[in-house]
Design a protein around this ligand. Structure first.
Ligand code: GAL
Length: 693
């Protein structure tokens, strides 16, 4: 139902909050929007108090005027349901609509996202407002998309109040049917936790020590589902009143509280808010990982970058700005990874409120004398020339398995060591990108058959069904690469016995007797047979017994000396690699390169100052070459036969990229991965935010 053609080309725009500004400013806004090439704004996200100043009393006059004004100037609207921040009258009238923390603190009025998802009167008020908005604007010619609420779970992803406790019990009844089944799934024979009545079952509030892990895991599942149910309650109204208007809600990417794979099925188009830290070493990789997740959520469907900053945000301890050119570069990274739209938060930097020091397209200084405005306007013009990207596909032969259930389970307390999932995933993802791969993320229950190689940086929790489908995938000729401490527990967080990883022993051709968590500062070494390649490893070693697997690398020291660290096993028509330690990035990359090569997937070695992606467009392919470094670079090894998609000139061999520069090279037919090499980097001294530091 989402159709980019209705938006007038690739989407360009921002959150627009006209209620913060007098009318004269609105007129200037629409003039400037035209100047910048803006064709969509997200409107009304935080407007509830303006639209319904008192319960049941609506004031749409100002929004009517804004909608008409935007339409008259050719700007389309992504209209919000305006429920993201309930007005003070609602929170005051219904104190129990305010969420409660795990410590029992009920939160106070004066910020935003102050709602308990289970509170019926809150839901009813929200649904009434949504109905009013949908009825009033459902046929407005500017309306293109519904923006439901805003960033669910961004501040409050769990509410521990009595109403949520009741909803949790209902959710558990639906999941388990009987208390017996719940007791068994939660392993309540431990620590005298057996439940005799449903009323005894509670959320995992603050407790004397570790709460029951399955209770905690189910609570995370429930909390995501409960928010999803709230989203559904708004969407139901929209579908009823305006069945033809597509619906989205903006995700925050890898946000722990929202299982985006479950949510995305219920949207028409996926949208993302991406705020990588420009002061971090690799903002393009941090953002790129979320971009790839967005494309993967609905099977490769293109998505919208709904929010990002033009410069600095206001909410970090140090809000580093985006250096000249970095916004454009990140926009190209999004386009290369399947974005149909490039939008920002927010159109005009606020004069008051908590976000007054957050950058906007129009900065406090005004447009004329602003470097940021010039960049915004220039990119708007550039985007009009990139229309063909709107139909592009991002073909990936390799996917990283990702599952919120595993993320929650791995990061529960009481583990051999406190392991964080995202840094591991990021390390493996970065290695794949460095090998020149387009990367998808795939849910364990999805159809795995479309990929040559599947990568599991860590899959601590692996349900029986998912293990079965992995087994079928490898047997049928697929390649998997599995990281340490995977396949340990099932969906209830119960350990598989008889040698880890119980459900994958046959696929991997080995069993793990025990693991060894290394102390702080303690290292071991891993050496690959044949090549002699070696790496220092930290954090984790395992005692592995091959049972059919071939040993590729062994540990160097201590009592694991000579024992397998990395293995490979032929299983059916496929192969399964196992990495029984926390290899550094280069080590991961080398294992992945072996696996890809053996699976017939070509690789290259992309220098850390470049980002390389391939997209499939009508009649051929585009090679997206991005210089992610603020110094000029010349890239060698670019396959011949290309035409520069921006300038139209023939290219091949060597290509020069300006600091943060971008080249899009069009090839008729297939494109080989370039044997990329950066031979020259200008002497400009790297400044703050240099990605190499
Ligand atoms: C987003 C949010 C926006 C704004 C922005 C600031 O999380 O959706 O409303 O607060 O952050 O970076």
């Amino acid at each position: 139902m989402f159709d980019l053609r209705k938006f007038g080309g690739l989407i360009y725009g921002a959150d627009y909050n006209p209620e913060q500004w007098p009318r004269e400013v609105w007129r200037e806004d629409v003039r400037l929007m035209r100047e910048a090439g803006v064709n969509l704004v997200s409107l009304g996200i935080f407007s509830w108090a303006q639209l319904e100043p008192r319960a049941g009393e609506y004031d749409f006059a100002w929004l009517d005027e804004v909608m008409d004004l935007l339409h008259a100037h050719g700007v389309n609207v992504n209209l919000a349901t305006a429920t993201a921040s309930p007005p003070p009258w609602l929170s005051t009238r219904y104190p129990d609509s305010r969420p409660v923390t795990a410590d029992g603190v009920r939160l106070e009025v004066g910020a935003r996202q102050l709602y308990c998802p289970s509170h019926r009167p809150f839901r009813d008020h929200a649904a009434r407002l949504v109905r009013e908005i949908a009825r009033r604007y459902g046929t407005h010619p500017a309306l293109r998309l519904w923006h439901v609420n805003n960033e669910y779970g961004c501040h409050i992803d769990q509410c521990f109040c009595g109403l949520c406790a009741e909803a949790f019990r209902e959710w558990l009844r639906a999941r388990y049917g009987t208390l017996e089944a719940l007791n068994s799934a939660w392993g309540t024979a431990f620590w005298s936790q057996r439940y005799g009545e449903w009323a005894e079952v509670q959320p995992p509030r603050r407790a004397p020590t570790f709460a029951n892990p399955t209770q905690q895991l189910d609570w995370r599942r429930f909390s995501s589902d409960n928010l999803l149910d709230l989203y559904r309650s708004e969407v139901a109204v929209l579908r009823e009143v305006t069945p033809d208007v597509p619906v989205t809600t903006n995700f925050l990417g890898f946000l722990p509280g929202v299982d985006a794979f479950r949510w995305a099925r219920e949207e028409d188009v996926v949208s993302l808010d991406a705020y990588p830290d420009p002061g971090g070493p690799h903002p393009h990789l941090d953002a790129g990982m979320s971009f790839d997740l967005m494309r993967s959520l609905r099977g490769g469907q293109r998505w919208i970058l709904m929010e990002q900053a033009t410069g600095a945000v206001n909410w970090r301890e140090r809000n580093v700005l985006k250096r000249p050119g970095l916004t454009r570069l990140l926009n190209h990274e999004a386009l290369a990874r399947g974005a149909d739209g490039i939008m920002f938060f927010q159109w005009r930097a606020s004069k008051a409120g908590a976000e007054k020091f957050h950058s906007g397209l129009v900065q406090h200084v005004g447009p004329e004398r602003s470097r940021v405005w010039r960049e915004v306007r220039d990119f708007g013009a550039e985007l009009r020339g990139l229309a063909e990207l709107g139909g592009a596909r991002v073909p990936a032969r390799v996917a990283v398995m990702f599952d919120w259930n595993n993320w929650w389970a791995l990061e529960l307390d009481s583990k051999p060591a406190a392991l964080k999932l995202l840094p591991l995933v990021r390390k493996w993802y970065a290695a794949l990108r460095q090998l020149g791969q387009n990367v998808d993320f795939v849910h364990p229950d999805a159809d795995l058959g479309g990929y040559d190689v599947l990568v599991l940086p860590n899959q601590y929790l692996l349900a029986a069904g998912a293990a079965q489908s992995l087994r079928a995938y490898v047997r049928g000729g697929g390649t998997v690469v599995v990281g340490f401490f995977s396949g340990i527990v099932d969906e209830h967080e119960h350990v598989g016995l008889g040698g880890y990883p119980a459900l994958l022993r046959d696929v991997l051709g080995l069993w793990v007797e025990e693991w060894a968590v290394l102390g702080h500062g303690e290292t071991n070494g891993v050496c690959f047979a044949g090549t002699g390649e070696r790496h220092d490893v930290e954090n984790w070693c395992e005692v592995i017994h091959p049972q059919g697997a071939e040993v590729l690398a062994t540990f160097e020291r201590d009592f694991y000396r000579g024992g397998p660290a990395v293995t490979r096993h032929a299983f059916g028509a496929g192969r399964a690699y196992y990495v029984g330690t926390d290899l550094p990035g280069e080590g991961v990359r080398d294992v992945l390169r072996r696996a890809l090569t053996a699976a017939g997937v070509p690789t290259t070695l992309v220098p850390s100052t470049l980002s390389v992606s391939v997209s499939a467009v009508e009649g051929g392919h585009l090679l997206h070459l991005l210089n992610v470094h603020p110094t000029q670079a010349t890239v060698l090894g670019v396959p011949a036969g290309a035409v520069d998609a921006l300038s139209g000139e023939d290219v091949g061999g060597a290509v020069t990229l300006e600091p943060y520069g971008v080249r899009l090279l069009r090839y008729a037919g297939e494109v080989d991965l370039p044997a990329v090499e950066v031979v020259e980097v200008s002497a400009t001294p790297p400044g703050p935010g240099d990605p190499l530091r």
